[in-house]
Every structure is written in structure tokens, then in C-alpha cells.
Write a protein that binds this ligand. Sequence first.
Ligand code: ADP
Ligand code: MG
Length: 375
Amino acid sequence: MRPDGRMRPDGFAARFGSPPDVRAEARGRVNLIGEHTDYSGGFVLPAAIPLRCRVSLARRPGKRVRLFSDDRETDGVLEYALGEETAGRGWIDHVQGITRVLAERGDALGGFDVSVASEVPLGSGLASSAALEVSVLRALRDAFRLPLDDVALAKTARRAENEFVGAPVGIMDPMAASLAPEGAALFLDTRSLAHETVPIPEGAEIGVIDSGLPHEHARGGYRTRRAEVEEATRRLGVRELRDLSGEDPEAVARRLPEPLSRRVRHVLTENRRVLEALAALRASDLVRMGTLVREAHRSLADDFEVSTPEVELLVSLADRRQGVYGARLTGGGFGGSVLLLAARGAARAAADAVARDYRALSGRVATVLLPMASE
Ligand code: ADP
Ligand code: MG
């Protein structure tokens, strides 16, 4: 949206020669708390962010799909045919995965043209991929009258990403993109998919700073942690760590050797923190919420060991700023982004100051992704 409130001129007609039939959008998300809990049946609390992915779509006769994205302008218009989806074609795999999964579900689709314009930065941990998938699915649902409710839509996005793109992502991102409204968090039980929206208290504002650390390392580290959680689950003789939610985390941890004991202690205490955070948000208790955010960070750094010296520096600088209730690593870790829970109106100045001090101390450049600079 431009500052004057008008939509940006739509690239769809310029690319495809006629106006779209439908438009749809979906938001990125930031996870407030509940990290590395979504693959053991635990709780998460992501919040919708103001940045959106927008798509325009028109049906076309036949089986061809034509795609264009502002973020991949140099690719120009790409094409494939329904029923002939082939993996390994870059960003359009997200859409190919969707049409493949919809066909497997028995949903009847025809060909279509689609253009994408996203404000969500790609690959920065704000779930641009889920925003893309959910916005495309919403447009397809509308254009082809698909019988998909919002949860089925999120499940379809996840399957597309797991089975076609080949990314072992959880259900959190597509559920947040599909179900969290602007200005709200989504409490989600990743086991039952029971969920509830919770407004972000009036007095709060969220900041996100990207540490700028490379992501390649992240994938290996993420896999190792997942394997450790699986190994611990096996040794504890349960199906998922969620089965141990009624037990004392310390007592459970004592049944395991290092480092599995600490990995499990993180997951079990994190699930408790998510439930406490839900209560704190409902009560608009930002001081309590900030404490939980800081405790979640210590647990991620010390027990789950997914932080890095650069992220530690960012978090300690942020915790010290005026108007910041708490800061923590958000996302899978090994680099990535830092979240600030700040007082309304204070997040941008705090995040800018943190990025400036970080540069002075480390020589590295961190990027403030949220809140957006005011126009
Ligand atoms: P994240 O979801 O955290 O931003 P991912 O690695 O899961 O990071 O997803 C990023 C990928 O999603 C991109 O490499 C690209 O393939 C695809 N993607 C997301 N948004 C867009 C977009 N607007 N245009 C084209 N591809 C996109
Ligand atoms: Mg993603």
C-alpha cells in the first residue's frame, strides 16, 4: 500500500494482458515464543506482522499455469502444465507443490495466470514461503470455488512445502499465515491444531532485527537438533515429548545423558512458557511477557544451544534498551533474527540503536526488518 492509501499499480495486466479475476493476500509472521516445540507436538505463539504477500490471479482455458513474481523479476514469466509438475524449478516449486497436492486431494483446477508481489523479505525467518503459499491458495480457492477451510488450506501449504519443495517445515507458518489476523497472535497446539487468536496488547510493539548471518549452517544445525529430540523421545519411550507435559522437566531431564537432557528440558519448559505467555497476553501483562521472552532466550541459548555470539550480542544490546520488555532469538537459530518486545512507539528507535551498536562492536551489519521505518 502506498502512503496515500492506494494499492500499488498491479503488474498483472502488464504481464498477462488483461486484469485478474481475483486478488488475495497473506501476512508474514514472527514467533513470539515456542521455539523448537512444533516437531514434538508442542505449543507455539506466532504473531501476524504487517508485511504481506499479495497475489493476483486469473483463470485461463486449458492446463497451463503462468507465473510471475516481483521478487524474481529477472526470471520473467515462468510456465508449467497442471499434472506435469516437476520439482527443482526454484520459487515456482511452491506453486507447483500446491497444484500437485490439490490434485491429490481431488480438487478440480484449471489453468491460471498468477502474479506475486510480496513485502515479506525472503529467507529472513518471517515465513515468506508460507505467505506466498497461503495467498496463492486463497486466490485459487476463490477462483475455482475450492472446498478448503482455513485449516485445510494451511495443511495443503505445509504438504506442498514438505512433499514438493522438500523443506521439512512444521505447521506453524502456514497456520499463522492462514489464521492469524493483523495485530494478533495465534496460540496453536501443534498436536491437535486447536488454535485461538489473541490480540497483541495495545501497549506493545514488536521489533525484528536480522543478524545477517548466513543461513547454510542453519539447515545442518536444525537437522541435528531434530535428530536429538527424536533420539530423546525414543529413549524416554513416548511418542512425542508432548506426552510428558504433565511431568517435572528437571525430573525428565535427569533420565537422559547430556546433551539430550538439556534439549528435552528446553522443549518441556518452553511449552510451559508458551502457556504462561498466553495468559500474560490475555492480561496485557507486558512485564511478565518480557520476562518469559528473556527466559525463552536463555533456554534456547544454554539448553538448546542454537544461539551464536552475534545473536547473543544483539539480544544483550536489545535487553538493555529503554522501552524493551525482553528480547530473544526467533526462528530456528544458528543466526537468524532477534525479536524485541517493546512498548508501543519505542520499537523502531530501540531496534535502530541496537543495530548501530552491533555494527560498532562487531563490524557486522544487522537489518531492522520491523517495525518498518515511518514514511
Ligand atoms: P522464509 O519462509 O523464512 O522467508 P524460506 O526459505 O522458507 O524462508 O522461503 C523462501 C523461499 O520462498 C524463496 O527462496 C522463494 O523460493 C519462495 N518465495 C517466498 N516469497 C516469494 C516471492 N514473493 N516470490 C517468489 N518466491 C518467493
Ligand atoms: Mg519458510
